[in-house]
Design a protein around this ligand. Structure first.
Ligand code: HPA
Length: 275
């Protein structure tokens, strides 16, 4: 059964369209601890998501619940400061809202960012990882309800992510900024609990390089809608069992803060390279 998002979010879309100062080109979802990027660009208009009818309230520390129309080097940006997670009790039609809004406002590009645990033993906290691929086993059913299995031509709806074009720009941006950029597979855990060491060992064997609780549904849905979509992971901690150290949300936000400068340069250079 397909969900009618335009109907569900009619009032929200009307408000945001009526009050939008411009049509944005690039949408960026700022993950855990990465929200400060918003203060490094020129903000033209901000919405508190609590003022948008039907927008799910953010329940997590470090997720602001703001949408900014902003500019950087003449590029029109739509920034989501804070996102919506399954582990907060929300469902698929809520968790994909940033992608849906980006599409309704006609953004051409979507850059998703997230914090994740490093599963690949060669990764250390503070590494940035471009997502080469993502796992969606845990939410196949929910996604299928939203996008179906295939489009009219029989093309698999799950396979449009990532954008080779945008990934290419991100790699070029990293080279130009002399930032070491790892590449790998982002594995999804619906949460809310972190993984057990056994789960991490299994994910590693299945090819995961990092594990987190967001992004996958936003990415697959946006790519299905035709937005060129990529995602960047900030490895904020060793995944469970890799070092024996306990995992905490605090460690996630502290590491994200340490990479703020590197992350900001990478994203800004990527924006510059979009023409
Ligand atoms: N596991 C899941 N999600 C996360 C982690 C992790 O280790 N770190 C940051 N988000």
């Amino acid at each position: 059964m397909k969900i009618d998002l335009k109907f569900k979010y009619q009032a929200l879309l009307t408000k945001i369209r009526n009050e939008a100062p411009f049509q944005p080109e690039v949408a960026i979802v700022l993950g855990s601890g990465l929200g400060n990027f918003a203060s490094s660009v020129n903000i033209i208009k901000s919405f508190n998501t609590s003022a948008l009818p039907g927008y799910p309230p953010s329940t997590i520390k470090g997720h602001e619940g703001k949408i900014h129309f902003s500019e950087y080097d003449g590029k029109k940006l739509l920034l989501f400061q804070g996102r919506i997670h399954f582990y907060e009790g929300y469902n698929i039609s809520e968790c994909i809202l940033p992608s849906f809004i980006a599409r309704q406002l006609k953004c051409k590009y979507l850059l998703l960012t997230n914090a994740a645990g490093g599963v690949n033993p060669n990764f250390v906290p503070g590494d940035l990882m471009l997502n080469r691929s993502i796992d969606s086993f845990n939410i196949k059913k929910e996604l299928t309800n939203l996008i179906g299995l295939a489009d009219e031509t029989g093309k698999n709806n799950f396979n449009n992510f990532p954008s080779a074009f945008l990934n290419g720009l991100i790699k070029k941006a990293a080279l130009e900024e002399k930032i070491e950029l790892k590449e790998g597979v982002y594995w999804f855990n619906k949460g809310p609990a972190y993984e057990t060491p056994a789960e991490i060992r299994m994910m590693g064997k299945f090819g995961a390089d990092a594990v987190g609780m967001s992004t996958v549904h936003e990415a697959i849905f946006a790519a299905y809608l035709g937005i060129k979509t990529s995602s960047i992971t900030c490895v904020t901690n060793f995944a469970a069992g890799i070092t024996g150290q306990k995992l905490s949300h605090e460690e996630v936000t502290v590491t994200a803060k340490l990479v703020e400068d590197k992350f900001e340069r990478l994203v800004k250079r990527t924006i510059l390279l979009i023409d």
